[in-house]
Design a protein around this ligand. Structure first.
Ligand SMILES: [Zn+2]
Length: 388
């Protein structure tokens, strides 16, 4: 079985809960391989809708093992700057990664978090020279970018791990998230004052599976970006909350037809298909958060706010939907490819969006009009057939 051996791991920190975020930042800033692949210093904002754009030509040089071999024309460039050719190998299993900032045993091996060698945001310091016209229209983008690997075993991911191991993985993610969001000493803006404490900067936790949706490595992983660049969808969520007086997740729990609920888990965790489904197999995971009809503050706005019961159920829901997609997408004649993204922030309740790549983006979609080749009813039935 392909796997990353414990002795091949370069451990910088073994327990992220004990790491001072300042040290963590210093570790990222002093890594020369990461510095070589740093993105541009400035980000831009589309003045029409607030979309954020960050620029990194280095990311085009990432090693890809999800690309078909015949399409692979460039030699792969690894951490230490060596070249290698594609040999069906996994750069992670081969230990060609950055140093690890958290490593935790699981029943079958270990789960770990490391620094992304090709970061979307970088801990730039203020006041250094700009990059031509970019600096006059753009704003300084700062941040850190981590990768979490649920398992050192190549073929293991949240869809086929034990729920106990999945819980350990999600718990480590919560600890990293809490540690960096609650750190007041960074250059991050105060993003959210919450009963749980002040939150600095914004967090983006995502998973890309499959080459068609940006997944470059087959070995299962999650990405965590902590930055001053507030993603536009989070701005949308925030605006929704301001306009409605409660968050989107509470709105959807109240207004989505009950027939579109796929499954309800312990602790009020709900897997459903939204009535405005844009693509076949779109789904969401929402948290009732003990709320009835009345708003009960404060809300669970981040992954690290979830109770152990909710976190365990989230793992179960992710397992269900991810393992179902492995069957449903090939059945539709589609290559397995999906993203899930966590909406977190000052949004009146966090939620997870599952976005399978079941249809290409056409011109009408680019105008904001989605032509969906499926009905929510069918998607619910497909999921229910596989998820009990
Ligand atoms: Zn691997």
């Amino acid at each position: 079985m392909r796997q990353l051996k414990r002795e091949a791991v370069l451990v910088e920190f073994d327990d992220i809960s004990k790491v001072n975020p300042e040290e963590l930042l210093r570790g990222v800033g002093s890594d020369h391989a990461i510095a070589r692949n740093a993105p541009l210093r400035h980000f831009q904002i589309d003045p029409r809708n607030g979309d954020r754009v960050v620029y990194s030509e280095a990311r085009a040089r990432r090693p890809h093992d999800t690309k078909k071999v015949e399409n692979e024309i460039l030699p792969l460039r690894y951490a230490q700057g060596q070249n290698d050719s594609i040999s069906g190998g996994c750069v992670v299993c081969e230990g060609k990664t950055t140093s690890v900032v958290d490593i935790t045993p699981t029943s079958e091996g270990f789960t770990f978090i490391n620094k992304n060698l090709f970061p979307v945001t970088y801990p730039f310091s203020e006041g250094t020279d700009g990059e031509g016209p970019f600096s006059s229209t753009g704003q300084l983008a700062i941040g850190t970018h981590f990768l979490q690997w649920p398992s050192n075993l190549h073929d293991k991911d949240l869809d086929n791990m034990s729920l106990e191991d999945t819980f350990i993985v999600l718990k480590r993610l919560c600890i990293l998230e809490r540690n960096i969001l609650h750190f007041a000493g960074s250059a991050m803006p105060l993003g959210h004052v919450h009963a749980d404490g002040n939150h600095y900067g914004y967090i983006g936790v995502i998973k890309n599976v499959g080459r068609l949706v940006g997944g470059s490595l087959v070995h299962g992983h999650h990405q965590i970006v902590h930055t001053n660049v507030k993603p536009r969808k989070i701005l949308d969520d925030q605006r929704f909350k301001e306009q409605h007086g409660h968050g989107f997740s509470q709105y959807l729990l109240a207004h989505n037809p009950k027939e579109y609920h796929v499954k309800e888990y312990q602790g009020g965790v709900v897997l459903l298909v939204p009535y405005f489904m844009r693509r076949p197999l779109d789904a969401m995971i929402l948290f009732r958060d003990g709320r009835g009809t009345l708003q009960r503050a404060p809300t669970k706005d981040y992954l690290h706010h979830l109770s152990d019961e909710e976190l365990y159920s989230l793992g179960e829901a992710l397992r269900d939907v991810m393992s179902a997609l492995k069957i449903l997408m090939p059945r539709m004649g589609r290559e397995l490819a999906y993203n899930w993204v966590i909406h977190e922030g000052d949004i009146g309740g966090m939620y997870v969006e599952i976005l399978p790549w079941t249809q290409e983006m056409g011109g009408y979609e680019q105008l904001g009009m989605y032509l969906c080749q499926g009905r929510p009813e069918s998607t619910v039935n497909y999921y229910r057939e596989l998820i009990r």
